[in-house]
Design a protein around this ligand. Structure first.
Ligand SMILES: Cc1cc2nc3c(=O)[nH]c(=O)nc-3n(C[C@H](O)[C@H](O)[C@H](O)COP(=O)(O)O)c2cc1C
Length: 178
């Protein structure tokens, strides 16, 4: 099996992460779900079901020193949805959340990395966003933002999050092993 780490932050599409997991599994990936602490709070009522669906613990905290690894090794990781906060933290190397820490370290480990932000047009006008996107791309992360990915909407408007683009890009980056 090809292991996909799916890392999600606290933007509304994270509430619809279960159908995406099912699609990724249907495409041949073994999915391990990691969440920022805020996203884990939002998904609290679903966490048991998500663990059952993935067959792995859902992680939102660093493990304790000496604790065993509970996930198989990652073949590829997708950070989606990535908030303004998590994307900027990742680009700057601020690793207080487990999923951002994993993603930051994964750059150095050479694990194929993709991300699709979810930010409104007001956040998008803040200069930090373009800087972070450029930084991450410069470090080899495929950022699905703009033409081939997520396009910001006006604050308060909810449009469908293009999960299909994320799965397509993951399949392109690391096709599932037969
Ligand atoms: C209902 C709601 C929707 C939100 N949607 C977004 C969003 O789409 N993008 C974003 O960057 N932040 C959004 N936020 C703000 C983040 O949840 C907040 O910045 C949080 O601290 C992000 O933490 P995380 O990156 O660790 O998940 C939203 C907050 C709420 C309450």
């Amino acid at each position: 099996m090809t292991t996909l780490y799916l890392l999600g932050a606290a933007a509304l599409p994270v509430l619809d992460i279960a159908p995406f997991i099912e699609e990724a599994q249907g495409a041949g990936y073994d999915v391990c779900l990691g969440l920022t602490p805020a996203a884990a709070r939002w998904l609290e009522p679903q966490l048991t079901g998500l663990e059952r669906l993935t067959g792995h613990p859902v992680r939102s905290e660093y493990k304790r020193p000496g604790a065993p690894d509970v996930w198989p090794r990652a073949d590829v990781a997708l950070f989606a949805p990535a908030t303004f906060n998590s994307l900027n933290a990742w680009a700057l190397g601020l690793t207080s959340s487990f999923v951002v820490g994993f993603a930051a370290e994964a750059i150095g480990k050479g694990i194929p990395l993709l991300t699709m932000p979810c930010v409104n047009a007001a956040y998008a006008r803040h200069r930090a966003l373009d800087r972070s996107v450029a930084e991450l791309r410069g470090m080899g992360v495929r950022v699905l933002y703009g033409e081939d990915g997520f396009a910001p909407n006006p604050p308060g408007e909810r449009h469908p999050y293009p999960w299909h683009l994320a799965l397509g890009a993951v399949r392109e980056a690391v096709p599932p092993r037969a």
